[in-house]
Design a protein around this ligand. Structure first.
Ligand code: SAM
Length: 326
């Protein structure tokens, strides 16, 4: 590849080139979410095996008042910002309650999928006509800096769905540190963490029998075909997931079912896949309370409040900047 070519390449192309040239091969899960990926993820959330959404929904429904009180303790108005808002079904529970309580707040959902953002905005407009909503379509990594806008209202930044579990630990810490730089002392972060539990329960959430999770993973190959001129035949790859209890992490892979080559025009490369060779797709980290506390501390935050579901499957953790209790 010439230097000129590399400067012309999209970031997506550069990442795919780096991932498929590595040993073992990998693709970044941040590219799962084109409009189709975002739609498939909404299907995953409805699967009986995908306990995460149900557990977080239960926390929001059963502890709405406590969440409201913790968000507004020491603040009479807030900017509610949601990173990767998706369909906002859980957030709607909080919004309804906040409006009923007459809270002065506005809601800014940020999602990389235009389709997801449009659907959420039109639903919330009709469900909550009095809500001030400022949707933003884009990459939440890129908008972190713009959160520092000088507004004197408390910002509560929500990062739900255990989306943080898709980051390796160092990336998660860097992400939260960057977020901390954009926040002031009165602001809060509200993060959804999937907890360590029976490994069989965890694995079933990433390996559903109806194959929606497989479609979700394979969709990234289809996206490479469409956006980068790839020649992946998705029928020649299959989805595989495992959970390692010592690391508390589920991982998913696409496995090449036969020896094959795939060409990707935009990066001017042909890749060889041996039979049964894996492409590492995604990590889904699970947590203990100690891991969450350490992650908050290492990122410049401390835990202000914990919200667990009834069976400790899931934790929504409210963080404040370290050393700034209200
Ligand atoms: C794991 S889902 C979580 C959805 C929702 N927060 C929930 O808990 O149900 C991730 C969502 O984040 C969006 N997303 C993924 N990566 C993103 C990025 N880098 N910037 C903005 N949104 C992103 C996806 O489109 C998707 O809607």
């Amino acid at each position: 590849m010439t230097a000129k070519k590399s400067t012309e390449m999209s970031v997506f192309g550069v990442d795919v080139l780096e991932g498929l040239s590595s040993t073992p091969k990998h693709l970044s899960s941040r590219y799962f979410y084109d409009d189709e990926g975002s739609r498939l993820f909404m299907e995953i959330m409805k699967l009986p095996e995908y306990y995460l959404t149900k557990a977080e929904f239960r926390i929001f429904s059963e502890q709405t008042r406590e969440i409201f009180e913790s968000f507004t303790s020491g603040a009479d108005s807030i900017d509610l910002i949601e990173l990767g808002a998706g369909d906002g079904v859980k957030t709607a529970v909080l919004i309804r309650y906040f409006l009923e309580r007459g809270l002065n707040f506005n809601y800014s959902p940020i999602d990389i999928s235009q389709q997801a953002n449009d659907a959420l905005t039109s639903r919330f407009h009709s469900e909550f006509p009095s809500l001030t909503i400022n949707p933003h379509t884009g990459d939440y990594f890129k908008i972190l800096g713009s959160l520092k806008d000088g507004s004197d209202r408390r910002k509560v930044v929500m990062f739900l769905g255990s989306n943080i579990g898709n980051f390796h630990r160092d990336s998660a810490i860097n992400f939260f540190r960057e977020l901390r730089q954009s926040l002031s002392e009165q602001d809060r972060v509200f993060v959804g963490f999937d907890m360590q539990k029976d490994p069989r329960v965890i694995l079933s959430a990433y390996d559903d029998p109806t194959g929606v999770t497989a479609k979700f993973n394979l969709n990234l190959l289809t996206r490479i075909n469409r956006e980068l001129g790839g020649t992946f035949d998705t029928s020649k790859f299959s989805h595989y997931a495992h959970y390692r209890p010592i690391e508390c992490a589920a991982r998913s892979f696409l496995i090449s079912r036969e020896r094959q080559t795939v060409t990707i025009e935009a990066i001017d490369r042909t890749f060889l896949f041996e039979q049964w060779e894996p492409i590492f797709m995604e990590i889904s980290q699970k947590y203990t309370r100690t891991m969450i506390e350490e992650m908050a501390g290492d990122s410049g935050f401390e835990i202000e409040a914990d919200f667990f579901d009834g069976v400790n499957f899931y934790n929504n953790s409210l963080w404040r900047p370290k050393g700034h209790a209200a």
